[in-house]
Design a protein around this ligand. Structure first.
Ligand SMILES: [Fe+2]
Length: 383
């Protein structure tokens, strides 16, 4: 087992046997687990305008009803005893202790993390049989839930017509697990599932999602257009056509060759991917602190503080092509010459960056400038 392995199972075995293929039940994955957030705190978050939340009620017509937040406190006293759930997205961005749970998932690429959704379900609370376009780790925080897993689904799987949300018309149970606090269940993308609360309580959904190819291509085109000026035109050979409205196949071949050449540019592919995956989940949200340190001030702060911490909402991605390091933080690009892999990896890979590790870089103006920019844009802060 290495630092990057998962609890009870090596990351190699996890990726070979389970990731994207089949569910993995890990009873007592977090022994003695105590939910870092309470149901009351979760309800409080659902009352905030900037937080994405919803309440799902299973009753009446349509069979499943969805109410979208933010909510007023009053709604929680009006809910029935049973058959409802509250879901709050991206709780890791608002709650540092929930964010800490991600330390156990360092075996997965962080740029594919969607969020940690926390749900509270009353007895018999359920969101019905459905499937998701992300891989998810379910960690039971309190109470208990019954998870039934079914077939893998596609966009063509029939859905109920009279529901506010995508509920499967048919669900065939293949496996079943009861989760108690500390138990975990991995469910691969597109495997149908149906969860019902046996005892009221909280559950954490740590979701990973790869962007669609469509999303990536759109971003790649933006990056391509930055290197293509107006003087680069489409080919004009083969003009001797029998018909003035005919496009010869040889022209299509030439155009295809041009596009292939563009696709061979690895820097454009890497920059488009890194920019896209390093953007914040909620880009309009202001950073919590606006600071403007000089490099000199930052050096002095480094000397007097214990550590630098990554802000919960900040996202970091880096790559190395032709010995040049390129780093992206919250969609912003930083370029380095060869030899800066260690610094970038140190700052980007650790949510808590030990000052002792940074000391080695404290006389390097490039490193200080990099750290100053990250602190000033709110991605890092001193503890
Ligand atoms: Fe789901």
């Amino acid at each position: 087992m290495t630092e990057r392995d998962f609890r009870f199972i090596s990351s190699d075995r996890f990726f070979e046997e389970y990731w994207g293929k089949k569910a993995l039940y890990l009873p007592n994955a977090f022994p003695g687990f105590s939910s870092p957030i309470s149901a009351e705190e979760l309800a409080g978050l659902a009352c905030e305008d900037s937080v994405e939340s919803r309440i799902v009620l299973e009753k009446g017509t349509p069979a499943w009803q969805v109410k979208h937040g933010s909510f007023s406190e009053k709604i929680f006293s009006q809910l029935p005893e049973s058959h409802w759930s509250l879901m709050v997205q991206a709780v890791n961005l608002w709650h540092p202790e929930v964010n800490e749970l991600l330390e156990h998932f360092n075996f997965l690429p962080r740029h594919y993390l969607d969020d940690i959704m926390v749900s509270y379900a009353a007895i018999q609370g359920s969101v019905g049989p459905h499937f998701d376009y992300y891989d998810v780790f379910i960690l039971q925080g309190s109470g208990s839930r019954l998870w039934q897993l079914g077939e893998f689904c596609t966009k063509d799987s029939p859905l109920l017509e009279d529901a506010d949300m995508a509920i499967l018309k048919q669900f065939k149970r293949r496996e079943e697990y009861r989760l108690y606090p500390g138990d975990m269940l991995y469910i691969p993308m597109q495997q149908s599932h149906w969860c019902t609360a046996i005892e009221a309580g909280l559950s954490y959904s740590i979701g990973y999602r790869a962007p669609s190819l469509n999303e990536f291509i759109n971003r790649w085109i933006e990056h391509c257009s930055q290197v293509l000026d107006e003087s680069i035109r489409l080919p004009m050979d083969d003009l001797k056509n029998a018909s003035p409205t005919y496009v010869p196949e040889s022209f299509i071949d030439q155009l295809q060759r041009r596009l292939k050449k563009l696709a061979e540019n690895r820097s454009l592919i890497a920059s488009a991917f890194a920019e896209m995956t390093s953007e914040k989940k909620y880009p309009d949200e202001e950073s919590t602190e606006g600071v403007c340190y000089s490099v000199k001030e930052l050096k002095s702060l480094l000397a007097h503080s214990t550590c630098l911490r990554q802000r919960e909402e900040a996202r970091f991605v880096w790559y190395c092509i032709h010995n040049k390091v390129t780093a992206y933080c919250n969609g912003q690009q930083f370029d380095f010459d060869q030899g800066y892999e260690r610094l970038v990896s140190l700052v980007f890979d650790h949510r808590r960056i030990d000052k002792r590790e940074l000391i080695a870089h404290s006389d390097d103006p490039v490193a200080l400038d990099f750290l100053t920019k990250l602190v000033n844009c709110g991605a890092l802060y001193f503890e």
